[in-house]
Design a protein around this ligand. Sequence first.
Ligand code: UFG
Length: 324
Amino acid sequence: MILITGGAGYIGAHVNKLLNNSGYETIVLDNLSKGHKSAVKWGDFVNADLSDSEKVREIFQDNDIEAVMHFAAFSSVAESVEEPEKYFKNNYENTLNLLKIMKEFRVRKFIFSSTAALYGIPKSIPINEDSELKPINPYGESKLMVENLLKDESDFGGLKYVSLRYFNAAGADLDCEIGEGHDPESHLIPLVLDAALGRRDSISIFGDDYSTPDGTCIRDYIHVNDLADAHLKALQYLEEPFNDSNIFNLGNGNGFSVKEVVDTCKKVTGIDFDVKIEERRPGDPDILIADSKKAEEILGWKPQVTELEDIVESAWNWHKKIHV
Ligand code: UFG
């Protein structure tokens, strides 16, 4: 049995589906503060908060947990700047609690949702795992604290972990059973699709004076199913007794500018909408592109949905399904 914390959230739900389709049994723990119960279509479900040690212990007591995949976290950079303590509590302290309980029950395999936000403003592109870790916001800082803790637990406490540093997760399940839905929404692609559906009057581009060819920020959009596949491969990696703890970047290796994303959304939807150029959003690096060669070499992972059009199309199919 695999415990998936945050399995009612965007990425966790896609991983839950893939694990079940690959023959694993899962149990999802989620407090539904951000996730959706309707996204937990596979495995068992427990509505619990990671700070509730008794309830978390019960899960370990009642189930034969082989490994934990830990998605439960807050993930809005902007919110983390306004309420840092919330991020350190939920993202760091609750992980500390979870790891403590795992140790009590001798569960030693852990897969962690990490982030490109650890790299802050990178010195060179593409970014590999050895690049300097210098988060520029509390969200990234809280995730870095967990990575440091994992390293110590692995070096001295017998933990075997894989930390997966996601770049920009995007798109939706190709069968359209689950997808992205944050409230409030802050991510580019769903916001642009909202503009296409007339759920917003326009889309704002935050800054067009960055050091990029068209002046807008470049990001590496990685399809959520490809992220899910990396989790499955990370689990299989940890199941091999001689493999050590490890850290992998997950991106598709292609960068797309905000303007390219907006134009692709117009093309895929066939709908025109207003685009406004606004001030820069604080804390946005010019360019983030992953070097994911390590995951390719060691996990045998290779992203499958790499065309921006295909990523946007999957997101669009889901968006229409839930909003039309
Ligand atoms: N953007 C706009 N207009 C919008 C929303 C976003 O122009 O209405 C721009 C942003 O300024 C940025 C790009 O679109 O340049 C992508 O923004 P997102 O908010 O979709 O994603 P981020 O790159 O800011 O954040 C993502 C994850 C974070 C993670 C970060 C790591 O959502 O959890 O990558 O860099 F920390």
